[in-house]
Design a protein around this ligand. Sequence first.
Ligand code: 4AD
Ligand code: MG
Length: 469
Amino acid sequence: MANSSYNMKRTKIVDIFDPALLDTSVCVKGWVRTRRGNKHVQFVALNDGSTIKNIQIVFDLSKFDEEQLKAITTGSSLCIIGQLVPSMGKGQTCEIQAETFELYGSADPTTYPLQKKGHTLEFLREIAHLRPRTNTFGAILRVRSVLAYAIHKFFNDKGFFYLNTPLITASDCEGAGAMFQVTTLPMNDLPKTEEGDIDYSKDFFGKAAALTVSGQLEGELGATALGAIYTFGPTFRAENSNTPRHLSEFWMIEPEMAFYEIEENMDLAEEFIKYCISFALDKAKDDIEFLAQMYDKDLVERLKFVIHNDFVRLTYTEGVKILEQSGRKFEFPVYWGVDLASEHERYLVEEHFKKPVILTDYPKEIKAFYMKQNEDGKTVRAMDVLFPQIGEIIGGSEREADYDKLLKRIEELGIPMKDMWWYLDTRRYGSVPHSGFGLGFERLVLFVTGMTNIRDVIPFPRTPGNAEF
Ligand code: 4AD
Ligand code: MG
């Protein structure tokens, strides 16, 4: 048994199906999915995470002791050396005739939780530390990684610069107040000012700090210097939203472009999202097809549909009119001025237009302070990209470039000026028209994988009441 594999190059399973390797000696390493067979021959399905595909290992019991093979249970890890040969079996082109094997680690069948196939996604959420070893999560995590690569490639090919914005910040970009505080003050003995407020001057940063909800404001500093930047990092929101589309920690991609007006911003968003989906369909084909087959028969069709059709563009005001005239009884009533709920967004996308929609020119009251104000005094140059199954996948806008208008809006909303002086400098010195948007990475991964719960497309989900693992 324990023949050292040290001198033999390991072949990843993703590469083993190369016909040039047939009838050569190969070394593979991975985790056992199943073992079955009889007194004469045993078959092990081995997976190493490099692909959705398993390689079949054949153990001829005239060469191996049946007792020895008993340690090869589901979940155990192995190194196998053997001859790669054409397979007679259904569903595979080749298999490995084992010559030696080394058991790296056993997995006790009485306790290893992933014994059988077909666990529910809910159950797998309870064992999020092991679920990457399932076919489903292997596929999702590979698609996620491919999409991350697509994002960097898209922006790099366009000459955008990758800007790293801070995770710890003192400013609330979206103004929703849903921030996680970062402090080293003793919780049971908070220093107080004479007025009785918490004395943040004694805190680590000398003021109140929190985890960022968006890198946009700092992104604007980059865009008004480098021309076009993008961020790609984690963001944190302490809103108590227990929905299949909200996380407390999620990843966001935020491009920000000097000299872009809202139309160019929409063009970029549409091109970007189509590029990412095409890239995934091309580079993660096996995984997407597996997920389609297991969970969502229409997945590939839907992805292709999005790539090949123009997104519908209309104003919020036009959208509300369609909703009002739809005759549909919504759970939340719809009227001009309301922040659209997911049911409204999905009605427009899935039932009315049957296409992705970009809604623009929202009432200023329901959007953030930094958006460019329209002539009508009521709306701002916002744009939300709405997707089937998902609802809002992108939120963005042209930015208010006029110093006086921006300052007035900041004052109207009572945003403390002491927090904003550095941001206002972008408008004080060499202000330019500029725009940007934020794509919720997990919402994109949801769409591309056909999953329906956002907790299933991030390796370690954080939601209200849940920060295990
Ligand atoms: O619409 P949002 O809040 O926009 C911003 O943060 C802007 N600063 C973006 C910009 O213009 N640079 O968030 C952007 C996107 C949403 O469209 C959604 O896809 C995602 O981020 N998102 C969430 N994803 C998961 N969980 C949450 N709690 C999310 N909140 C927003
Ligand atoms: Mg939004």
